[in-house]
Design a protein around this ligand. Structure first.
Ligand code: NA7
Length: 543
């Protein structure tokens, strides 16, 4: 079969979420031929795909946007924690302002990429048969993109409807009066359960590991004309400093922990502080507490004990309460991503909601009519929601058949452990870069902040290559090893090393258990990237 004619590009970007869009925007001034290939029919990345009921951002909206003034000047969020619909509107606003869509091919999923050493180009093939030759290949495919669908025996025999949260039908799924099951209690499971509890005749929530949720304390913002007018001035005064400040915090957010350690203050002071953080809502109790909360187990236990006391009193049945907020949790507080909730704990006080604890009574199989657990109970259901997460951080890269210079795929290369330099490149894969990838602060850094950090850094690298007439950029195993040691070393100093989560691949069978995220925080990460650039991109072979 003959190949269709090639399209020639300088840079092909995969993904039209925060990272891909920003990358396109930063590369355009270099006069390069750049295109984005996006699998979805619209832009927005995860905010296109995650359209399940209740899907919502759990970072305060003012932080969860690009810092470009041309974008925030005439954009006003309506909620502190915007829903999926508002996020999509935001992406359309970004597109309108930056005129991005003309360089984006929607409905275009990249199937494979192969490096051709003789030509120093990547050959990219899409599912619809398009073939592209490109000098540089950027993967901006997102942190939580590849759905994890557990291989439950009998799933194919189920007569009802089942969906993964990130593959929800665009025209919705009727949950009203239905018997609904939700498997998973991460952010997606919590959000969809809150909605289902309000309309399902029966909601059964299957929890494998209890994971603390913090009160969101959602609120409407800037709704009337007078408020919008005053917000305009407020944004001009506040935002430039806020966005600069965000680069100085570990999570790329407008807030961080306090300098004091947990036991350097009196128990009364500590209690008051925790109360304050809890009352404010959002991720405060997780990220704005004492500086040792994620490095010292005793300090961490103290926050957990506070959270547990608060949570237990919200759930009427003590047995259910103990399962949701156990005395001896599997993970330290916050080493698995904390979710935000609005009434998640109260729904268990409703007659139509049941909790099944999979740690003591696992799923045996799926029947035609429902879920059968080990104790022999058949939980009868009409709709099965898989809120089971993703092959996170590296999964969106390894899902593509990418062959490097020796014909080895990235999946093969990383099968025994992830090797990257700065979390943006991997040896044997010349001229290929990724944003929000493994061993960068991915998943722990605010999405738009990380998109900007990587977008700027990689655009500067492209500019450098242009000026110096460099055609080929490849990192080397020594640089990767140094970076890996740093990532592992910092991780070992924190409680993240003790946890089981998608931050370290623990949610995927046979995935190496290792830190997938750089937990040293945004300022240190940026410093390392800047040092490399200042030393003429030390660690890369430029030719
Ligand atoms: P998460 O946070 O990875 O949560 C997935 C949930 O699904 C979690 O409770 C898992 O339990 C559970 N899970 C996964 N596989 C199974 C099987 N086989 N059986 C039972 N339960 C299972 O994904 P989310 O989509 O909620 O959130 C992802 C990110 O999106 C989130 O962090 C935000 O950034 C937005 P486990 O804890 O592994 O025992």
């Amino acid at each position: 079969m003959s190949e269709p004619p090639y399209t020639e590009l300088d840079v092909l970007i995969i993904g039209a979420g925060f990272s891909g869009l920003y990358q396109l925007h930063t590369l355009r001034p270099l006069g390069l031929r750049v295109k984005i290939f996006e699998a979805a029919p619209d832009i927005g990345g995860v905010w296109y795909w995650n359209c399940y009921p209740g899907a919502r951002v759990d970072t305060g909206s003012e932080c969860y946007q690009f810092s470009l003034s041309s974008l925030w000047k005439d954009w006003n969020w309506t909620e502190m924690f915007p829903g999926q619909n508002e996020m999509q509107q935001y992406f359309h606003h970004v597109d309108e302002k930056l005129d991005l869509k003309k360089d984006i091919c929607l409905n275009t999923r990249v199937r494979s990429a192969e490096w051709q050493e003789c030509e120093k180009k990547w050959i990219i093939r899409t599912e619809d048969g398009t073939v592209v030759r490109t000098r540089f290949f950027f993967i901006c495919a997102g942190v939580n993109t590849e759905p994890l669908i557990p291989k439950f025996e009998g799933l194919d025999t189920f007569k009802g409807v089942w969906r993964h949260t990130a593959r929800w039908p665009r025209n919705g799924l009727d949950l009203i009066g239905k018997r609904v099951a939700v498997i998973g209690t991460g952010a997606s499971g919590v959000q969809v359960s809150q909605e289902a509890a309000a309309c399902a005749s029966k909601l059964t929530i299957f929890q494998r590991t209890a994971n603390p949720c913090l009160p969101m304390r959602q609120r409407k913002i800037y709704t009337c004309t007078a408020e919008l007018e005053s917000n305009k001035k407020r944004k001009e005064d506040l935002y430039p400093a806020m966005f600069r400040r965000m680069l100085q915090t570990p999570g790329g957010l407008a807030y961080t922990s306090v300098p004091q350690t947990t036991f350097s203050v009196t128990p009364e002071e500590r209690h008051l502080f925790y109360e304050q953080l809890y009352a404010q809502g959002g991720v405060g109790l997780w990220l704005c507490g004492y500086s040792d909360a994620l490095t010292d187990r005793k300090a961490n236990d103290e926050v957990y004990a506070f959270w547990r006391r608060k949570t237990l009193r919200r759930i009427k049945d003590p047995k259910v309460a103990e399962k949701l907020a156990p005395e001896h949790p599997e993970n330290a507080f916050g080493v698995k991503r904390i979710s935000l909730e609005q009434n998640f704990y109260e729904i268990f006080n409703q007659d139509n909601v049941e909790l099944v604890d999979l740690s003591e009574n696992p799923i045996e199989r799926i029947s035609e009519d429902g879920i059968i657990t080990k104790d022999g109970t058949e939980h009868l259901i009409d709709v099965l929601v898989m809120a089971t997460g993703f092959d996170s951080i590296s999964g969106s890269i390894t899902a593509i058949d990418i062959k490097g210079k020796n014909g080895v795929t990235i999946q093969e290369k990383w099968s025994q452990g992830t090797h990257t330099y700065l979390g943006v490149a991997s040896s044997d894969f010349p001229n290929m870069f990724f944003t929000n990838g493994p061993q960068a602060p991915s998943g722990l850094c605010n999405g738009p902040t990380c998109a900007e950090i990587h977008g700027e850094w990689l655009a500067n690298l492209m500019k450098y290559a242009q000026t110096k007439h460099i055609e080929r950029i490849e990192t080397c195993p020594e640089a990767e090893e140094g970076w890996r040691q740093l990532v592992f070393g910092i991780n070992a100093m924190t409680l993240f090393a003790t946890g089981k989560s998608w931050y370290n691949g623990a949610n995927i069978e046979n995935k190496p258990f290792e830190p997938l995220s750089f937990v040293g925080g945004v300022p240190l990460y940026m410093q390392k990237c800047q040092e490399v650039a200042e030393h003429n991109y030390e660690g890369f072979v430029l030719s």
